[in-house]
Design a binder for this molecule. Structure first.
Ligand code: 3NM
Length: 211
C-alpha cells in the first residue's frame, strides 16, 4: 500500500452523474493525465443504483488496478467490502467512523470535515486523511455548506495537527495552488475533470498547478 500522502496530491472523485462523457473513458484519460487516486461517488440526481451501479464500479476499479491507482468508495461501506476496495471515504452523517475504522483495517480511510473541531475528532478516530471543504463555491454537491476559503485548512495546521488533508469544493487549476499553500497534501475535485472535454489535459494542468 502506498503511503497516504503519496495518493492525495491529485485526488479525482466522480460518479456517472458527474460526467459529460463516458465515465470509463473519463477515468482512463484522467489517469493518463496524472491523477494519484480515484474515488467512486455514485450519488445524487441521476445516479445509478443496484446492479448497474455495481457493474460500473467494477469497471472503474479494473481501470484503477491496471494503472496502480487506489480505488476508494464513497459512503457505500457494503460495496467497498464486497469489491475489496482500497479504501472508503465517509461524511459526518454517514456510517459512524469508528465502525469504518474497525472494518477497514489496512485500507485507506477518509472522512469529510468542515471545522477544526471535526478535524480534531477525526485525528482521534485514527482516520488516514481528511477532506476539508467546501473551500470554494461548488455546484456539484447540492447540499454543500458555505465555502470557507482556505481558512479551515490554515486553522488545522496552526493548531499543530499533522493529519493529511485534501481540500475539496470548487477546486480548479487556477486556485489549486492556494489550497496546497494553506497546508494541504492534495486537492480533490469532481467537475474540473469530469466535465472536461479533455480530462487528460485537465489533469495534467492541475498536476502542474500544484507542483
Ligand atoms: N464534498 P467540485 S464539496 C463531494 O464540502 C463534495 O465536503 C464537498 O465537487 C464538501 O470539485 C463536494 O465539482 C463537491 O466542486 C466537489
Amino acid at each position: 500500500m502506498k503511503p497516504v500522502t503519496e495518493i492525495l496530491p491529485l485526488y479525482f472523485i466522480m460518479g456517472s452523474q458527474d460526467c459529460t462523457h463516458d465515465p470509463i473513458w473519463t477515468l482512463e484519460e484522467a489517469i493518463k493525465g496524472g491523477i494519484t487516486c480515484f474515488q467512486f461517488r455514485e450519488k445524487g440526481e441521476h445516479a445509478l443504483a443496484g446492479e448497474e451501479m455495481e457493474a460500473l464500479a467494477r469497471e472503474l476499479q479494473a481501470r484503477c488496478k491496471e494503472y496502480n491507482i487506489p480505488f476508494i468508495i464513497n459512503d457505500d461501506v457494503a460495496l467497498a467490502q464486497k469489491l475489496d476496495a482500497d479504501g472508503v471515504h465517509v461524511g459526518q452523517d454517514d456510517t459512524p467512523i469508528s465502525d469504518v475504522v474497525h472494518h477497514f483495517q489496512g485500507k485507506y480511510i477518509g472522512l469529510s470535515v468542515h471545522t477544526l473541531e471535526e478535524a480534531i475528532r477525526a485525528a482521534q478516530d485514527q482516520v488516514d486523511y481528511i477532506g476539508v471543504g467546501p473551500i470554494f463555491d461548488t455546484s456539484t454537491k447540492k447540499d454543500a455548506k458555505k465555502a470557507s476559503g482556505v481558512t479551515t485548512i490554515q486553522q488545522i495546521r496552526k493548531s499543530g495537527m499533522t493529519i493529511p488533508i485534501v481540500g475539496i469544493g470548487g477546486i480548479n487549476a487556477d486556485n489549486a495552488k492556494s489550497v496546497m499553500d494553506a497546508g494541504a497534501e492534495g486537492v480533490s475535485l469532481i467537475s474540473a475533470i469530469s466535465q472536461s472535454n479533455d480530462p487528460s489535459s485537465s489533469a495534467k494542468t492541475l498536476r502542474a498547478a500544484i507542483q
